[in-house]
Design a protein around this ligand. Structure first.
Ligand code: NAD
Ligand code: GLY
Length: 370
């Protein structure tokens, strides 16, 4: 097992990463929390795959547990489903001493985290991530949210977990498609902050699962994210670099319809686009662009989008029909392993590049005609 700490004033927490660690680690952490009830928030898929798995581990240590089971899917990451968590918490008479556990992928982690941030003005929560994406990214750093029909993750809060337990055995039931989507966020951390992580990840194949490789790769990925979050918890500066690929990625998820593409798939094409723009605008050197392009193009999922014109593109990037501003902070690359925030990037210029991009790489982005 490997352990990492995210150090924040008054809110530091450990991340344990390993195979078959949940049974030994989780009860010890929870018993120290002086809680009278644990509510496990999960979804139907995980509940069927691992019936009462987390509950029984805790109950064996004498901890009182209730399970809140939600529908599965990005299309349910919204205020209605969040309300179901609040209804459940009210039904079981939850209070400030109640501890939430998010048992699932990024969707469950983001929703349970947001419920923890807001229920009775804040209760503690623990992350038990079950997808590779949640292992390498979403379970760490305390961004919690639900989607608005017009914009991804637009309603949320910063709320750090008390503890993150990355149990690798959950990856055994994950589909290749889900694994690939998580792999893209892992690569993202290498591309933006650590060329050696990119090299390391690139030199191993993801399947069959190699737990030694995964433990090391997840540790390095969480370490990158943890260090960035320690410097800039609420994204006033450097944390924005973690959003590399997300400008187009979020547009794809929203415009295609939540749940059509996986978050990692949408972000993957967004990363390819951001690298393309970086190269076109003479920031990213040719060799690194070629390397990123040839690697990403082997693992990307082709995206098909409904009709999109300049004004809709602008509206979706800015999340607002009536927005007065014309620009965004766009994350770009200087070289492999080094990213920067290009402030006030014109949405019009991004649209021009996007048109060029979709013409040059129709195998990755196809826009339906009206
Ligand atoms: P997800 O949570 O929808 O999980 C993907 C699918 O895998 C679901 O159907 C889920 O039920 C299933 N699943 C989960 N664990 C499984 C397992 N062990 N075995 C079999 N099936 C399993 O998607 P995701 O890719 O984990 O997360 C994407 C979400 O995370 C997006 O909403 C994104 O916005 C969010 N996100 C948040 C952050 C953050 O910092 N908070 C970072 C990145 C992504
Ligand atoms: N996934 C981006 C962030 O956590 O800041």
């Amino acid at each position: 097992m490997k352990t990492l700490q995210v150090k924040l004033p008054g809110r530091s927490y450990n991340i344990d990463i390993g195979l078959n660690i949940l049974q030994t680690q989780l009860p010890n952490v929870v018993l120290k929390k002086n809680t009278d009830l644990v509510v496990v928030v999960t979804n139907e898929t995980l509940h069927n795959l691992y019936p009462d798995h987390v509950s029984s581990i805790l109950e064996d240590s004498g901890i009182r547990v209730a399970a809140c089971v939600l529908p599965d899917g990005e299309q349910y990451k919204n205020l209605d489903t969040l309300s179901q968590i609040f209804d459940f918490l009210m039904e079981v008479s939850a209070n400030r001493k109640t501890l939430l556990i998010a048992f699932g992928g990024g969707v469950i982690g983001d929703m349970a985290g947001f419920a923890a941030a807001t229920f009775v003005r804040g209760i503690p929560y623990i992350q038990i991530p079950t997808t590779l994406l949640a292992h390498v990214d979403s379970s760490v750093g305390g961004k919690t949210a639900v989607n608005h029909p017009l914009g991804k993750n637009t309603i949320g809060a910063f709320k750090q977990p008390e503890y993150v337990c990355i149990e690798l055995s959950f990856l055994k039931t994950l589909s290749s498609r889900e694994l690939n989507a998580g792999y893209i966020e892992l690569l993202k951390h290498g591309i933006i902050h650590d060329k050696k992580l990119f090299d390391f990840v690139q030199s191993h194949s993801l399947e069959p699962l190699d737990f030694e490789f995964l433990e090391e790769a997840i540790l390095r990925s969480c370490a990158i994210k943890g260090r960035v979050v320690e410097k800039d918890e609420t994204e006033t500066g450097i944390r924005a670099t973690l959003n590399f690929g997300h400008t187009l990625g979020h547009l794809i998820e929203t415009h295609a319809g939540y749940g059509k593409y996986l978050h990692g798939e949408a972000v993957g094409v967004g990363m390819f686009f951001a690298a393309f723009v970086s190269w076109r605008w003479n920031e990213l050197v040719e060799d690194d662009w070629t390397r990123i392009k040839s690697y990403l193009s082997q693992i990307l999922t082709p995206i098909k989008l409904p009709p999109l014109d300049q004004s809709l593109f602008r509206e979706m990037i800015l999340h607002d029909k009536k927005a007065q501003k014309q620009s965004v902070n766009f994350i770009m690359l200087r070289k492999l392993g080094e990213s920067f925030i290009r402030k006030e990037t014109s949405v019009e210029m991004l649209w021009k590049e996007f048109k060029e991009f979709s013409e040059k790489f129709p195998e990755f982005v196809e826009i339906e005609r009206r």
